[in-house]
Design a protein around this ligand. Structure first.
Ligand code: FE2
Ligand code: FE2
Length: 144
C-alpha cells in the first residue's frame, strides 16, 4: 500500500488491523520455526527468534489497543503463514515478513502524524525500532 494523502481515520484503522494480522502471522511463524529449525549454523538463532516471539506478542497488543482506541474492532484474523522447505527457507520467510512490517510501520507512523495522531505515532514507535532490530538479526543470521 502506498501513502495515500487522502487517507482518513477509517482507512488508517483498517491498515492497523492488517498490521495486526501480520503480527499474528509472525507469532505462528516464530513458534513453528523455533521448534523446527535444524542445523548447527542455526542453533544460535533460535534464542534470538524466541526473543522476537515475545516482542511480536507485545506488537499485537499495542496494535489491538490502538485500533480499539480509535473506535475499531481489533482483527482476530491471521495472515496466511508461509511454509518453508528447510531452515534457511524459514529464516528467509521470517526476514521477508519483518522487512514488509518495517515498511508498513514506517508508513503507519507517517500516516498517524499526518492525521494529527501524535499519541498513536508514539505508541507505534517500539514496533518501528524493534522491527528494524529483527530485520538486522535475520540479515546477520543469513549472512546477508
Ligand atoms: Fe512485530
Ligand atoms: Fe518482528
Amino acid at each position: 500500500m502506498g501513502i495515500d494523502p487522502s487517507m482518513d481515520t477509517e482507512a488508517f484503522v483498517s491498515a492497523l488491523n492488517e498490521d495486526l494480522q501480520t503480527e499474528f502471522q509472525s507469532i505462528i511463524q516464530y513458534v513453528n520455526h523455533t521448534a523446527t529449525l535444524t542445523g548447527p549454523e542455526f542453533m544460535g538463532v533460535i534464542d534470538e527468534l524466541k526473543r522476537h516471539l515475545g516482542q511480536e506478542l507485545l506488537h499485537a497488543q499495542i496494535l489491538a489497543e490502538q485500533v480499539s482506541f480509535l473506535g475499531g474492532n481489533p482483527s482476530t484474523s491471521v495472515r496466511p503463514v508461509v511454509q518453508a522447505d528447510n531452515s534457511r527457507g524459514a529464516l528467509v520467510a521470517d526476514l521477508k515478513l519483518e522487512s514488509d512490517q518495517l515498511d508498513r510501520y514506517r508508513e503507519r507512523v507517517q500516516q498517524a502524524n499526518d492525521l494529527g495522531l501524535a499519541d498513536v505515532a508514539e505508541a507505534l514507535r517500539p514496533l518501528l525500532e524493534q522491527t528494524q532490530e529483527h530485520v538486522r538479526d535475520l540479515q546477520t543470521a543469513l549472512g546477508d
